[in-house]
Design a protein around this ligand. Structure first.
Ligand code: CAA
Length: 258
């Protein structure tokens, strides 16, 4: 399907979704977020996709929600239209793993979008920030909650209250990103990680995602019980038999998502 604000390519079971509004540094407007929700739903349903990489340009992953689109809105508009709430919920419903490959600016809604993915690999030129305070507002797509869980209260408060940007080294040091690579290696690194994930049993990858995300939603005891039952449940699958037999027979497993 052709999109106005996205470029989607599928290669070796990985969907590479590129945000494409260069004239606005990939600012998230309702067209882009609607298309993204749609593309993720399509990728989730597509048998030729087993992992997803979400990226922007070399200059910007996304420089935030679109300020032009928002500037004249009233409280009533935002509240009744549930500004970006439905799009964010549908992005979060994606069951296949999503890697954010971030180069350049990931600010405001852009940083929030990266944090809604399952993990973030960034280029050395990445800059993360929640500068909404400079616009007289606060983060609106989960930034105050997710950034705090990633980097802790002190750094999150600093970022939200001062609006300063965090560079790639600080983002890696603080646990916001899993890897930092030179800009030219960003897409190969993210695609390599995605292809590795695509070769696993999709039952396991989808359940890993559910288990790790559960850590943010529940107590430790309940999360551990959820994980334990998920682990037990995987013993009902052919892929568990295949994975363990392959190890014992010293060969590569052939997973069939069964
Ligand atoms: N919305 C709309 N347009 C944006 C934009 C945004 N968030 N960010 C950049 N643009 C546009 C600029 O208006 C400019 O367009 P024109 O050429 O038509 O003027 C174009 O992108 C290039 O931007 P700059 O000329 O500003 O580029 P720069 O390299 O000098 O600066 C920047 C880059 C530091 C990222 C700067 O663009 C900037 O500060 N952008 C806004 C960042 C921001 O405040 N983000 C938070 C938005 S609010 C939000 O996201 C709320 C939420 O949580 C839901």
């Amino acid at each position: 399907m052709a999109y106005q604000t996205l470029i989607v390519e599928i290669e070796e079971y990985v969907a590479l979704i590129r945000l494409n509004r260069p004239e606005a540094l990939n600012a998230l407007n309702s067209v882009l977020l609607g298309e993204l929700a749609d593309a993720l739903k399509a990728a989730d349903a597509n048998e030729k996709v087993r992992c997803i990489v979400l990226t922007g340009s070399d200059k910007a992953f996304a420089a935030g929600a679109d300020i032009k689109e928002m500037s004249e809105k009233s409280f009533v508009d935002m509240f009744t239209q549930q500004f970006f709430a439905t799009e964010a919920e549908s992005i979060l419903r994606t069951r296949k793993p999503i890697i954010a490959a971030v180069a350049g600016y990931a600010l405001g809604g852009g940083c929030e979008l990266a944090m809604m993915c399952d993990f973030i690999i960034c280029a050395e030129n990445a800059k993360f920030g929640q500068p909404e305070i400079n616009l007289g507002v606060v983060a609106g797509i989960g930034g105050t909650q997710r950034l705090t869980r990633f980097v802790g209260k002190s750094k999150s408060m600093d970022m939200h209250l001062t609006g300063r940007f965090m560079d790639a080294a600080e983002a890696e040091r603080s646990g916001l990103v899993s890897r930092v690579v030179p800009l030219a290696k960003l897409i190969p690194e993210a695609m390599g990680a995605a292809q590795k994930i695509a070769a696993k049993s999709m039952l396991s990858t989808m359940i890993v995602k559910e288990c790790v995300n559960r850590a943010y939603e529940t107590t430790l005891a309940e999360g551990v019980a959820f994980e334990r039952n998920s682990f037990y449940a995987l013993f009902a699958t052919e892929d568990q038999k295949e994975g363990m037999a392959a190890f014992l027979e010293k060969r590569e497993p052939q997973f069939r998502d069964k």
